[in-house]
Design a protein around this ligand. Sequence first.
Ligand SMILES: NC(=O)c1ccc[n+]([C@@H]2O[C@H](COP(=O)([O-])OP(=O)(O)OC[C@H]3O[C@@H](n4cnc5c(N)ncnc54)[C@H](OP(=O)(O)O)[C@@H]3O)[C@@H](O)[C@H]2O)c1
Length: 206
Amino acid sequence: MTYIEAMSEIKPRVRISSIAAMAENNVIGKDGGMPWHLPEDLKHFKRTTIGKPILMGRKSYESLGKPLPGRANIVISRSYKDLPSNAPSEIHQGMEAVAHKVEPQNEDGPFLYASIEDGIEAAREMVEEQGLDDIFITGGGEIYKQTLPVIDRLYITLIHREYEGDTYFPEFDWEDWSIISEEKHDGSSDDGPAFTFFTLDRKKNS
Ligand SMILES: NC(=O)c1ccc[n+]([C@@H]2O[C@H](COP(=O)([O-])OP(=O)(O)OC[C@H]3O[C@@H](n4cnc5c(N)ncnc54)[C@H](OP(=O)(O)O)[C@@H]3O)[C@@H](O)[C@H]2O)c1
């Protein structure tokens, strides 16, 4: 049992969710960005995570350039003592351009931690203080892989196409998960891909 798994057994339950957009071949990233532009998915991401702590790897944070507002941005890095403040990237601007009706509730950070365990612990304290009940793992590949064993819920945007890329969501068995909701979207006339928003809960004993 890893330290992360042991910790999740002894601490009171706060739901840990992962949210990711992935292609049929599990690609989630390419050259530090994403190989698609899907405004609907950015809206979905914002709607789902606003007001909740989001935890990400240093490379994903750098691909945003700045913290996403209205959420505590927890960034994991073994090496960085301080995070560079860059101009918002295209992904960041895309995520913030999409409309939402929920008022932001958290300080954005970024809050830097040297381990995933410390980052999850900090997120857990934040949600307990605020009476919330879930925290979000928002990537990228390295962080999704290490945290998958302790994830209770997966928000997966499955893009019905294969893409070339260099970063992948870890393999998982769909049989281990119950489909809580499934919302299909057709492709757009300007060659936008068809995709489905899935919410999956881990089945007990899997
Ligand atoms: N499609 C999606 O939904 C989605 C979501 C998020 C990201 N992405 C894409 O994913 C790609 C980035 O993913 P990635 O796998 O390359 O990087 P990443 O997971 O974002 O970040 C990796 C970095 O996190 C730190 N790290 C990882 N494990 C750690 C641990 N156990 N303890 C302490 N620090 C740890 C290290 O930072 P240091 O090197 O600083 O020590 C490591 O280099 C980008 O292309 C991005 O666009 C896609």
